[in-house]
Write a protein that binds this ligand. Structure first.
Ligand SMILES: Nc1nc2c(ncn2[C@@H]2O[C@H](COP(=O)(O)OP(=O)(O)OP(=O)(O)O)[C@@H](O)[C@H]2O)c(=O)[nH]1
Ligand SMILES: [Mg+2]
Length: 687
């Protein structure tokens, strides 16, 4: 398939590559991208996250929070090949952006550090890669801060990976400091130079022995999938270097091992070796097409990884070309519709874009103005569109805020801004609550929602105010009564007259509202009865406690009318008066929504989760091991909606950030006592 070039050792794939930098929060992905760009000459000076000078975190929100909040894209050239790196956010709250780009990449560099607390996050990310069959190299970063042996670190990290982590570099210690590394495949030792390629040195004494031992361990791992190598090891035959490289490359591509390299992104240490491994060992686009099960039939085929709405340039679709070419003026299709005509092709360097010529297979570029293309779309050029290759569903949202344009005049603009916001980030959803006219943004956590509101203000120029969303309280009644509602007005000529007798009685939970009539002898004429019902429904929207009233039946049993003064309006008012005066006598009571909640967490946190749930009036229904997730539990509970509001914050802090939950409405339950009094008082105060 087209792009397969053969390199010096026979396995190298030439051609453009697309690689994601992924890994736990703050592990150094953006810094590593910066180091790669500096090492390959794409930037003159290596920027830093602290100084806010990186290519990766160039957006206003990323700079402000000193963390990545979306995928950044940068293309560079290394030894004649074109590489696009996707710097993914590490925070779990922005993980959807990472998940959207994964299907299209050739391989991932998993950046992590020797930190026990980040192992659960590492596991979560590795699982995504494992499930998608994506080849991956682990880059053990911040080795300058290492306080334990790499082998110990590897033991710590191994449970996060389903395949063996194979150490292919070891550090050289100088007292307590790491001064360089040995590449076990290359059998060469290097001493780190700040912001310059490491220098080859000769390995002596203890370091040489350690190297021998570590190399043997690496070869043993490789030999698990190579009988010939196993024989050589058993017979004490030194395997040829090329064979070792070939095995490393093959086993990486077959995803049966995850090689581990080490370095210091801030000092550009270990970056050149990483680039060389990428160049020689990771697969090219041909294998990615196979992995995706795509049919390259001569047409152009591409995947949309990310969508930006830029202030000046309009919509930009970051796209991986899988096959064919695409340049200005070319029309592409999604499986559902025409995606649009490419207005321009851009090379991407963080926020910076440069116009370029048509894009070819393997490249990752920005397409301008593909108006109907969305993130995740499969684009093709043929007469019949290529079937959709991927579907990335966002995780269910866990936190919400109600938002409002700061200025009334921005209401329409806010609607458009929501459309752009959710197009850029499909893990955000916007819900209009018809009950109370609240607009609620749902997302993946506090920071996620904060960034969403910052984007509304900065990127889309609609400043908003926020507050916690209201809980869906209701009220009902406990006692039946019969009441007269009478509306009579005599003002000069035409008067108003409506008179009804209503029986109000409670219904079982979940019944909603029923209206009946038992009028005999025409005491209330037929044509006025629907108006009575309307008046009743009006009044039920706002009960005596301040909330909509549910689970009751109202029966119109009697009344009277006046031939001249009665009207629809008069009977409507009479119906409403009956309810407004009647309900307070029916022992109104507050109802709160109870949801069925399912929390997933590593099992060492299960006890903590149980305590959190109990502390929030939760009723624990039971727990089980999480299906398909070794070492994880699922806890099920019933919880009041009011207690779910910020539940995710506590769950995350109890689970090193990886616990999560889903919820589904179950039933309404009576709420009495102090809790209820407070809610009712707050409602009165707000009115
Ligand atoms: N000591 C040391 N610090 C590093 C190294 N690499 C990155 N850092 C620091 O670690 C912090 C996080 O670096 P980033 O590059 O923003 O990490 P990230 O993985 O992109 O973070 P997120 O995208 O927010 O998940 C910054 O303060 C960096 O300066 C390293 O090799 N050694
Ligand atoms: Mg980052």
């Amino acid at each position: 398939m087209g792009q397969n070039g053969s390199g010096p050792n026979g396995t190298r794939q030439a051609g453009p590559r697309c690689i994601a930098l992924v890994g736990p929060f703050q592990s150094g992905k953006t810094t590593l991208l910066e180091a790669i760009l500096a090492r390959t000459g794409a930037v003159q000076r290596q920027g830093t996250v602290e100084a806010g000078t990186t290519v990766g975190d160039a957006s206003k929100e990323a700079r402000h929070h000193k963390m990545s909040v979306e995928v950044s894209v940068a293309t560079t050239n290394f030894m004649g090949d074109n590489y696009t790196f996707l710097d993914c956010p590490g925070s779990i709250e922005f993980i959807h952006d990472m998940r959207s780009v994964l299907p299209a990449i050739d391989a991932a560099i998993v950046v992590c550090e020797a930190d026990e607390k980040k192992v659960p996050q590492l596991q979560l990310i590795l699982r995504e890669l494992e499930d998608l069959n994506i080849p991956r190299i682990l880059f053990l970063n911040k080795i300058d801060k290492a306080d334990k042996r790499v082998r110990e670190t590897l033991k710590l990290l191994q449970p996060a990976s389903r395949v063996p982590l194979v150490l292919r570099q070891i550090p050289i210690w100088h007292g307590d400091i790491i001064s360089g590394f040995v590449d076990l495949a290359l059998e060469r030792a290097f001493v780190y130079k700040e912001h310059a390629p490491s220098e080859v040195i000769e390995l002596k004494g203890e370091n040489a022995d350690r190297k021998k031992e570590a190399r043997f361990t690496m070869l043993e791992s490789l030999a698990d999938h190579d009988d010939q190598l196993m024989e050589q090891l058993l017979e004490d035959i030194e395997p040829p270097r090329d064979k070792v490289f070939d095995d490393l490359a093959r086993e990486l591509r077959e995803r049966i091992i995850c090689p581990v390299m080490i370095g210091v992104a801030t000092h550009t240490n270990g970056v050149l070796r990483l680039l060389k491994a990428i160049r020689h060992e990771i697969p090219g686009v041909a294998e990615t097409i196979d992995r995706l099960g795509a049919k390259a039939n001569g047409d152009t085929l591409a995947l949309v990884l990310k969508t930006f709405h830029t202030t000046h340039g309009g919509k930009l679709s970051v796209t991986r070309m899988l096959a064919g070419t695409a340049g200005d003026g070319v029309t592409l299709n999604t499986p559902a519709a025409e995606a649009g005509r490419i207005a321009a092709v851009f090379k991407l360097m963080g926020q910076h874009t440069d116009k370029r010529a048509a894009a070819t297979a393997g490249e990752t570029v920005g397409f301008g103005k593909l108006d109907h293309a969305r993130t995740g779309d499969t684009l093709s050029s043929g007469k019949t569109a290529h079937a959709s290759l991927v579907e990335v569903k966002p995780y269910p949202p866990v936190l919400a805020i109600a938002v409002q344009a700061k200025e009334r005049k921005d209401d329409v603009k806010l609607g458009q801004a929501f459309a752009k916001l959710t197009e850029e980030d499909p893990s955000i959803s916007v819900v209009h609550n018809a009950d109370n006219h609240e607009v609620v943004i749902w997302g993946q956590g506090e920071m996620h929602l904060r960034v969403a509101t910052e984007r509304l203000a900065d990127r889309f120029q609609v400043p908003v105010s926020t507050r916690p969303p209201s809980v869906g309280y209701r009220e009902t009644i406990k006692k039946p009564i019969s009441i007269r509602g009478r509306h009579k007005k005599q003002s000069g000529g035409h008067g108003q007259f409506g008179d009804v007798v209503l029986e109000i009685k409670p219904l079982p939970r979940g019944s909603g509202f029923k209206f009946e009539e038992k009028i005999t002898g025409g005491v209330v004429p037929r044509n006025y009865i629907p108006s009575v019902e309307e008046g009743v429904i009006d009044a039920l929207k706002h009960g005596p406690l301040g909330f909509p009233v549910v689970d009751l039946a109202v029966t119109l049993v009697d009344g009277s009318y006046h031939t001249v003064d009665s009207s629809d309006m008069a009977f409507r008012i009479a119906g409403r008066i009956g309810i407004v005066e009647g309900l307070p006598q029916c022992q109104p009571v507050l109802l709160e929504p109870i949801h069925l909640v399912e929390i997933v967490c590593p099992n060492e946190a299960t006890a903590k989760i149980n305590a959190i749930l109990s502390g929030r009036r939760g009723q624990i229904l039971g727990f089980d091991t999480r299906e398909g997730w070794e070492g994880w539990d699922t806890v099920r509970a019933q919880m009041a909606e009011a207690e779910i509001g910020d539940l995710i914050i506590e769950i995350r802090s109890a689970t090193a950030g990886v616990g999560s939950f889903t919820f589904k409405f179950d039933h309404m339950a009576e709420l009495t006592g102090r809790n209820a009094d407070q809610i009712i008082a707050a409602r009165r105060a707000a009115e």
